[in-house]
Design a protein around this ligand. Sequence first.
Ligand code: GLV
Ligand code: MN
Ligand code: MN
Length: 424
Amino acid sequence: MRTPTQLGIRAEAMLAELAAFTDGDGNLTRLYLSPAHRAAADRVASWMRDVGLDVGFDALGTVRGRLKPTAPGRAGNRRLLIGSHIDTVVNAGRYDGMLGVVAGILAIEEILARHVELPFGIDVLAFGEEEGVRFPSTLVSSSAVAGSLLPSDLDARDADGVVLRDALIAFGGNPDAVTSAAYAAEETLAYLEVHIEQGPVLEAAGLPLGVVTSIAGQSRFFVSVMGEAGHAGTVPMALRRDALAASAEMMLTIEEVARAGYAHQMVATVGRLAAKPGAVNVIPAEVVFTLDIRADADAPRLAAIAELEKRFQAIAIKRGVSVTLDKFYESPTTPCAPRLQEAFAGAVLDLGLAERRLASGAGHDGHAMHHLTDVGMLFVRCRGGISHNPAEFATVDDMGLAVEALIKAVERLAADAVSSGDST
Ligand code: GLV
Ligand code: MN
Ligand code: MN
């Protein structure tokens, strides 16, 4: 039996190994279905095999390690799912997503070493697509597992024009077998995920772990602004239809509307912008920018979007341009199941730590998994609340406590399943 510190040291070593699988040059960038994703997935698969799991890849590239029930005589057909993602943003840290996969593998290793009796099986899942960075269709791999992936999601194209379906074939997946990736709701017990907090709340509270209450809803758009190209030296300012200047005004409006929604933890981000024709002496004619907007409840988020649409139109009329919003992703606010919050809270208390509950502003595979089963999440303190940044950091001790809390939460669910006769 390893101590939390020993578990944390092992987690750190595994995360360091995974961080070496990158598409980037001197940084960690591992996009869905890239060669680095394939290499990382193969390494995860080998770790799963080493701890005794039965391992396979599903049609969308999710690595699945399967443990059979270990309680003789009480075993049922249900499965507890534990997972997270192994894709990253551009120039990422090494903890976001990967910690949840590593924690699941280490928890299984300990559960077997400690001879914990499980009346249900456990599948550890390493999803390939959570970030929505390469293709404009987010949570593809977990949506397939949850049975909610739309066939049209496979038609998405990346910035180089590569279609997701073709990238999947090159990876070794099977776009024609998408439905085979889905679990049946009756066979799943719950989905659990360990993840770094990606925010500053736990650090400010001086606590290593927190129990997640809900995952913020989010909407993502492409905003296209069309103006008219013209000579930078000859067209007077009053006669211009400058798509980039109009976009700049829209971006300030986005900030204003999001700030007004602070009571609902509203945040809005323009993370990417492209202007054409893109020359120093030509008035920009066409701009496309992304908008990502989130809040702790659906109604204020949807109201803010309606307000933005109205204000964008007013800016467009004033400046002689046109504007269209094309929504490419939306996820409602996802609640974490009270029984799973209790399992994690009990585990945290068992470790002698104070209990803290908090909402997640970041998106997670749990959004998709909620379509299939109950979702529970445990957050781990991260330094400075920094994430989506190479400076992302969690301590060995905090990660070890998270693995131990995950084991204890699984033990609690096992006890609940036995006492309620719910294992079948
Ligand atoms: C994923 O990390 C997201 O919240 O965008
Ligand atoms: Mn993540
Ligand atoms: Mn992320």
